[in-house]
Design a protein around this ligand. Structure first.
Ligand code: FAD
Length: 432
């Protein structure tokens, strides 16, 4: 009998706990450790931040589904991981022992790295649903007294798609309210060019997104380093290829949403070797920590190198489908280890995304995520907005029913030749 602990009950961790179900032997047990009983669908946060969704619309309570799936759910949160003694210490002091641990703790949001950044200071956030609710209240106040609007992602950020989505959604909503003519908009980003997305672009995202900004009269600053945010002003340096300051901008602000840099959560920080200096978990190609091979990691908490050098630090996003591919690989690898077999499954890390603009959107597929690619496709259309709404409903249903990958999803992905696992290698590594 084996104890498998999944730490973090967000997108990656919840699917991980479900998907492990197919891999267990009789008597094996899964424990899912989260910080609350509620699962929130993070990709819908931009809609919460302008009032198109309420928290209850995008939330699933996990107690019923985990009970049905025979998963032990702990909602106290973890204080620390003890890899040598193979246990997770909960905030209550209780220690949960494991034979296999999957870390899925997502990001810690590094607002404190820039003066004035974050929902406790002068910019809003959509990273958590509670932040998005706060951003919505601020947006309503802003609409009563419109002014300049700034959206973007700061230096060191790795998640750019939601910033573009939010800029376009705000534009759509302001036009509907007939306020857009009173709101000058600027997009501020660490990316070297519009549409880089931390992936060095996908298809022609540069052309598509620049064109969309021009159509909607949204100005932009790229290679941006935000140095300070005050209640009515953002200080931004524009950085040249050699690292010199090319220009400085003082941007007036009435409302702003800036995505922060991410780092590993406090429970993971400082565990020597397990995490890199930013607190992200170091894994091998099987998503396993080489020194303690019973530890795996999936999702945003995994360390990935940037696609290449850029004037301002730009991280690589870990998008939903990429994370699902990590989950499938880890489930297969733990299943193999439980049967004294070798780990063999490798995630494709393919990026398949729908970026919503409120009235249209851009879809892209990057296989693999780092160029050059076998598939490098992006397209724009009103269908993307509808597809994103449908995907939200579909995904929330998956969480409610506890199904990570229903057979019809597998069928569609196979037909589109979008795989979660790479072809097996000829030389699987020994697991000892
Ligand atoms: P999370 O979903 O953040 O889950 C981490 C979980 O770990 C959280 O529930 C947290 O409470 C828990 N945790 C943290 N510390 C502890 C602890 N000490 N003890 C116990 N639990 C802990 N990707 C797409 O492909 N498409 C999109 O449209 C999309 N939209 C996005 C929109 C936004 C605003 C953001 C921020 C990201 C978006 N992403 C999108 C990227 C990605 O899919 C999400 O960030 C996704 O939620 C990441 O999954 P995760 O499991 O790594 O982290």
């Amino acid at each position: 009998m084996a104890e498998i602990v999944v730490l973090g009950a967000g997108l990656g961790g919840t699917l991980m706990a479900f998907e492990l179900g197919d891999q267990l032997r009789p008597g094996d047990r899964v424990t899912l450790i989260g910080q609350s009983e509620a699962y929130q669908f993070v990709p819908s946060n931009p809609w919460v931040a302008i009032g198109w969704r309420k928290r209850k619309d995008i939330e699933v309570h996990l107690a019923a589904v985990t009970k049905r799936k025979n998963i032990r759910l702990c909602t106290e949160g973890a204080r620390a991981v003890h890899p040598v003694e193979k246990s997770v210490e909960l905030e209550t002091g209780e220690r949960v022992p494991y034979d296999y641990l999957v870390i899925a703790t997502g990001p810690d949001l590094a607002f404190d790295e820039i003066v004035g950044l974050g929902p406790d200071a002068h910019t809003q956030s959509i990273c958590q649903t509670s932040h998005a609710e706060k951003a919505h209240a601020a947006f309503e106040r802003f609409c009563a007294q419109p002014g300049p609007l700034i959206v973007g992602a700061v230096q060191g950020a790795s998640c750019f798609g939601p910033a573009y989505e939010f800029a376009f959604i705000l534009d759509t909503e302001l036009r509907r309210r007939k306020l857009r003519d009173r709101v000058p908009m600027t997009f501020v980003t660490a990316e070297p060019y519009i549409g880089h997305l931390g992936l060095d672009g996908v298809g022609d995202t540069k052309g598509l997104l620049e064109s969309e900004f021009r159509q909607r009269h949204i100005k932009w600053v790229t290679n941006a380093r935000v140095t300070n945010v005050a209640s009515d002003n953002m200080s931004v340096e524009e950085i040249a290829a050699d690292g010199a300051v090319l220009a400085t901008h003082q941007l007036a602000l009435g409302h702003a949403m800036m995505l922060p840099a991410f780092r590993g959560v406090s429970a993971m920080r400082g565990i020597e070797g397990l995490v890199n200096p930013r607190g992200f978990v170091v894994v091998d190609k099987y998503l396993r920590y080489p020194v303690f091979p019973e530890i795996f990691a999936v999702g945003v908490c995994v360390a990935i190198r940037p696609t290449g050098p850029t004037p301002v630090l730009v991280g690589v996003p870990k998008t939903g489908f990429m994370i699902e591919s990590m989950v499938t690989a880890v489930a297969h690898n733990i299943g193999a280890l439980l049967r004294d077999k070798l780990v063999h499954a490798r995630a494709t890390w393919n990026a398949v995304c729908l970026a919503d603009f409120g009235d249209s959107g851009v879809a892209f597929v990057a296989q693999p995520q780092i160029p050059p690619r076998n598939v490098n496709w992006a397209a724009k259309g009103a269908w993307v907005h509808l597809a994103k709404v449908a995907f939200e409903k579909y995904f929330l249903r998956k969480i409610r029913t506890g199904e990570s990958e229903p057979f019809y999803e597998r069928f569609v992905l196979n037909r589109l030749d979008i795989q979660k696992l790479k072809q097996p290698e000829m030389d699987p590594v020994p697991h000892a």
